[in-house]
Design a binder for this molecule. Sequence first.
Ligand SMILES: [Zn+2]
Length: 280
Amino acid sequence: MHSLFTAILPYITSPISWIALIGGACLGSFLNVCIYRIPKGIFWRDSRSRCPHCGAPMPLWHNIPVFSWILLRGKAACCGNKISPQYPLVELFSAVSMVFIYWTFPFVIDLPSFQFDSAETLRFFHASIFFSLLLVCSVIDIHLQIIPDVLSLPMVAATPLIIFFHPELDWKSGLYGVIFGGGVLYAVAITYYFVRKEVGLGMGDVKLLAGIGGWLGYQSLLPTLFIASVTGAVFGIALMLITRSVNLKLKVPFGPFLAAGAMLFLLYGQQINEFLFYTE
Ligand SMILES: [Zn+2]
């Protein structure tokens, strides 16, 4: 326990970890706006931040990630309506995730003299944008059981750009990733539809996995599907135990589990691989 503490101490005391935490919270605040506005198609309408209930403009100090929600006790100052705990939760999750993304891709060599590792910087921004897209898709999927095309299709279309900028991803990995990522889930969805005569797997999941394959390469697809299926099944069973009902048609959105699988592969793929296949 003591050695673990001394091992992580330099990470926690690094000022950049704290910058990543605060930056991640602000990013989460922006992602909340995306989650709220993109499904309504009003993303570009008005740049001011407004109360989701009465539409009153919100002062800046009501927009401080996590803290404002706690200080206002989860209620809007304008009209007293409840503000969903989803807002601080997304901000908190984004804050902590950005710290872990930075620890995996520590691109700052020396902060005072602005020395950065260029390959690590590209990997960091790739992971951050990928994380942001997946988080917005996941929360929208939880709410509405859809993954908007305006997010998944540009993600797939950006594949050549990602291949161009990413230090490791090559043409073959990215393009095979899109084809197999889309193709495998499409085959599963079509098979399910013909056997059960109903939609079991949405086309949103198909396009999301195509995007994941494009951004991380085809090598990410099996680990992502594996982690998503296992965690999804465990969650589904836990939900049945809690609600004490056996409902095999329970609607559990698959997007968040695909997102979790892809992020775990991106950040810890090597460690997971070593743990599973090299046990010496
Ligand atoms: Zn209000």
